[in-house]
Write a protein that binds this ligand. Sequence first.
Ligand code: AMP
Ligand code: ZN
Length: 119
Amino acid sequence: MATDPNCIFCKIIEGKIPSKKVYEDDELFAFHDIAPWAPVHFMVVPKRHIASMAQLEAGDAALMGRLMTLAPKLALEQGCRPYPEGGFRVVVNTGTEGGQEVHHLHVHVMGGPRPWLKG
Ligand code: AMP
Ligand code: ZN
């Protein structure tokens, strides 16, 4: 598994930095955002260090497909109400102009009753 020793999310995945874990399997990890914008706010990440969506390759399609089909299940488990009254927002900040601060690909999942802190 490719990891980056300087990457904060790699350290979280390895358990070197504590996190509130939501889910883990052999290739995906999910944990609560430390500064939530919404009543439910967690991130799903590939365990392999991929810097951003911009680095995805054709061979990552299955991995990202699994990530995107896992997200709705975790959203419900974490307290988002069902679609269509409830729902959730998925955000993938990519690159500086995309607002990305941590350079390990992560999918934000936000939901819960309004209002939210942002968005
Ligand atoms: P982004 O701006 O999309 O790169 O988002 C990075 C997110 O990581 C921000 O929402 C931060 O609050 C969150 N974050 C940074 N450090 C940690 C940490 N140690 N544990 C959980 N979330 C973190
Ligand atoms: Zn990483």
